[in-house]
Design a protein around this ligand. Structure first.
Ligand code: XMP
Length: 512
């Protein structure tokens, strides 16, 4: 490998990918690997530095993840974080003890001596602690470089051997100067130049994919969302017409979305690939007829998607590789080197069972969403695709409460289009996730001189950073009023517009 690499050795901590991401923010490439990665393999990968992550275990339990002591002697700088710091201390002859109570949350530490890691960091600084065990005595040759009122060794090091450790988590935002510390490790200690960019990520991936695929045939399920689009373009750059993208229009997409995807990826689009659009709208509506229960709807849509996809794949014949746009947040990693599980939530129905392929390619597996977007821009994908809002795999199927029909799809598509257009006109697109949904409530209204008995559209707009929790976002009343007026006037079948104020929890973002 010709690029500078930092290996993040995963000992089961919850922040393992975050560490890699923080290192990449220093323009140095980082990858997370399980602690079971062999020392020979590590040497072969020739990293500029290694970071041991935290983890929930205690070094004294025999089943705890560990690493052979020889790793400390290969001359590669190591930074141990939390459990990683305790492991370093324990393996090298220091003493680790269990405190009667855990230390959790913000803590002020004092920096005790000059250290490359703390270059430019204030002497008193706020950090994030989350531990029960602590280092009571440092190994021979090490010195304490920081402490807190309750933690005697908040940081230690043996600069001659380039071994560093922090009991706290520099990678989380709550550690005020954490990014500076990680940068100090990567640049000052490991001697990285910091010249890695998204452009080099793309170049390297294209080269790697080319080597992996050879002359093989590749199949990609393209949804038109950011992740599968970026994955498809990467593949197309790497292997051109060896790639076939199958785009299933399940009739539950946003207004004009099918045509937009075709315009970019289809025969008149910008990329070198084989594009197959399957217009399966009627098939999905047929299957969903009379079905009201949300989970059953999700299941039907997911399964039907797989069936349609498999039928198309069969026509193409044997393929060698299957591409998935899995990104890091989709990967539920055991953190301990077991294979990853794909969320069933993630894309419509997961993997096809009857498509014969040798290997899965997941080129975006290590990236966070904003990194995927940066890669997309780097690849020249149009901005409106790159900055698309999240859209659930089952599409409008989960934005129509109760039975799905073609007419209801038309209503929600048109209402949603108007809502999005007015948000754009008002210049407040940075809102978060916003869309229109259709309730199954019909109510009485009056239009002109006539009584109406029509559906109520629900406008939903939320701010969220992690999609686990969300707050309703404020939209100027004038904008809401305009949206309401336009929906009532322009969308047949709607006589009432509601604005959903519910946060998550207790509500979810989607209605179903
Ligand atoms: P909920 O409704 O669970 O949504 O609060 C959280 C986020 O996930 C999206 N979502 C999905 N995404 N497949 C997806 O790829 C799905 O089945 C799915 N369901 C919900 C939702 O849009 C929101 O951003």
């Amino acid at each position: 490998m010709d690029k500078e690499l930092i290996i993040v050795l995963d000992f089961g901590g919850q922040y393992n990918q975050l560490i890699a991401r923080r290192v990449r923010e220093c323009n140095v490439y980082a990858e997370v690997h399980p602690y079971t990665l062999s020392l020979d393999k590590i040497k072969e990968m020739n990293p500029k530095g290694i970071i041991f992550t935290g983890g929930p275990n205690s070094v004294y339990e025999s089943s705890s993840p560990s690493y052979e002591e020889a790793i400390f002697n290969i001359g590669v700088p190591i930074l141990g974080i939390c459990y990683g710091s305790q492991l370093m201390a324990y393996k090298l002859g220091g003493e680790v003890k269990t405190a009667p109570v855990s230390e959790y949350g913000h803590t002020d530490i004092t920096i005790d001596s000059d250290s490359k890691i703390f270059d430019g960091v204030s002497r008193e600084t706020s950090v994030w602690m989350s531990h029960t065990d602590y280092i009571a005595n440092v190994p021979e040759g090490f010195k304490i470089t920081a402490h807190s009122s309750v933690c005697p060794v908040a940081a230690m090091e043996c600069a001659e051997r380039k071994l560093y450790a922090t009991q706290f988590h520099p990678e989380v935002m709550h550690t005020a100067e954490g990014q500076k510390m990680l940068k100090n490790f990567v640049i000052n200690v490991c001697g990285c130049k910091g010249d890695w960019t998204m452009e080099s990520f793309v170049e390297t991936k294209v080269r790697e994919i080319r080597e992996q695929v050879g002359t093989g045939k590749v199949l990609c399920a393209l949804s038109g969302g950011v992740d599968s689009s970026v994955a498809a373009v990467l593949l197309s750059k790497a292997v051109g017409k060896q790639l076939t993208c199958v785009f299933v229009d399940h009739g539950l997409l946003r207004k004009n979305e099918g045509d937009e995807v075709e315009a970019v990826f289809g025969p008149n689009g910008s990329y070198d690939l084989n594009f197959i659009r399957v217009n399966a709208q009627e098939r999905f509506y047929e299957k969903l007829k009379g079905v009201e229960e949300p989970e059953r709807k999700r299941k039907i849509i997911g399964e039907e998607f797989i069936r349609v996809f498999e039928e198309e794949a069969k026509k193409i014949g044997k393929v060698d590789f299957f591409v998935q746009g899995t990104i890091y947040p989709d990967v539920i990693e055991s953190g301990l080197g077991k294979s990853a599980v794909i969320k069933s939530h993630h894309n419509v129905g997961g993997l096809p069972d009857h498509v014969d392929f040798k290997e899965i390619i997941e080129p975006l597996r290590l990236l966070f969403k904003d990194e995927v977007r940066r890669a997309g821009l780097e690849l020249g994908i149009p901005e409106y695709l790159v900055f698309r809002q999240p859209f659930p795999g089952p599409g409008l199927g989960v934005r129509i409460v109760g039975e799905v029909t073609a007419d209801k799809v038309r209503i929600v598509q048109d209402a949603d289009y108007i809502f999005r257009e007015e948000i754009k006109n008002a210049g407040i697109e940075g809102l978060g996730q916003y869309f229109a949904a259709l309730t199954n409530m019909r109510s009485v209204g009056v239009m002109g001189d006539f009584r109406t008995y029509d559906y109520a559209v629900c406008l939903r707009s939320v701010n969220t950073s992690d999609f686990m929790t969300a707050e309703c976002s404020e939209i100027p009343f004038s904008v809401l009023q305009k949206v309401m007026n336009r929906i009532i006037n322009e969308v047949k079948g709607v006589n009432r517009v509601l604005f959903d104020l519910t946060s998550k929890p207790p509500g979810t973002i989607e209605l179903e």
